[in-house]
Design a protein. Structure first.
Length: 199
């Protein structure tokens, strides 16, 4: 049974009015009337019947109203419950997508700290190959560490800026063409050797 139908059923039983139940759930009266029709079909019961100017619950609706209310209360309690993460006692493997560069920069020191403070926590680090964005959407990956310029869809996910980086040129001290600084135009006109260790 659709959870939304249970919420609507609970509102109808507490208000005994389509209009007031619709107001309680912030939906239109016609939408609540359609929901009541779905409930009647699903439960094979009128649920609420007109008695003069008011609606009265059927015996069947009365018999399950308290149970539905308890179910919804339990769901609210589950969602409200917070489980604090204790690194010292946690036993979990986190799947991380990160380049070799990020792994060396961030995770090498982190692994030492994890060994001391969270011995039961493991990191499974994989390179950014394949459709890592789809894997993140499907909860197959816990964290992606990636430059924003590469992971252009980062705004669709909870994210945090970790650090900035810069490019560095190493030039022979005896090179007569380069002084203390170098412009982009000058850099582009000279031969150079570039290295890369992932994004």
């Amino acid at each position: 049974m659709d959870l939304n139908l249970q919420v609507a059923f609970d509102a109808l039983m507490s208000e005994r009015s389509v209009t007031r139940a619709a107001g309680q759930l912030n939906i239109g009266q016609s939408a609540m009337s359609s929901t009541l029709a779905r409930l009647r079909k699903l439960l094979d019961d009128p649920v609420l019947v007109r008695n003069g100017r008011e609606l009265v619950a059927t015996p069947f609706a009365e018999s399950v109203a308290k149970l539905v209310c308890e179910v919804l209360g339990n769901i609210e309690a589950i969602l409200a419950r917070r489980v604090d993460f204790d690194p010292a006692t946690a036993a979990r493997t986190f799947t991380v997508i990160a380049s070799d560069y990020c792994s060396l920069t961030l995770f090498t020191p982190l692994l030492s700290r994890l060994a001391a403070e969270a011995p039961g926590v493991r990191l499974k680090i994989a390179p950014p190959a394949g459709d890592y964005v789809e894997r993140l959407r499907r909860n197959q990956v816990d964290v992606v560490v990636m430059p924003r310029e590469v992971f252009t869809d980062f705004g669709s996910f909870p994210h945090q800026f970790l650090f900035s980086d810069r490019f560095v040129c190493a030039v022979d001290a005896n090179n007569p063409d380069v002084g203390e600084t170098i412009s982009l135009e000058q850099f582009s006109s000279l031969p150079y050797l570039a290295t890369s260790c992932g994004c």
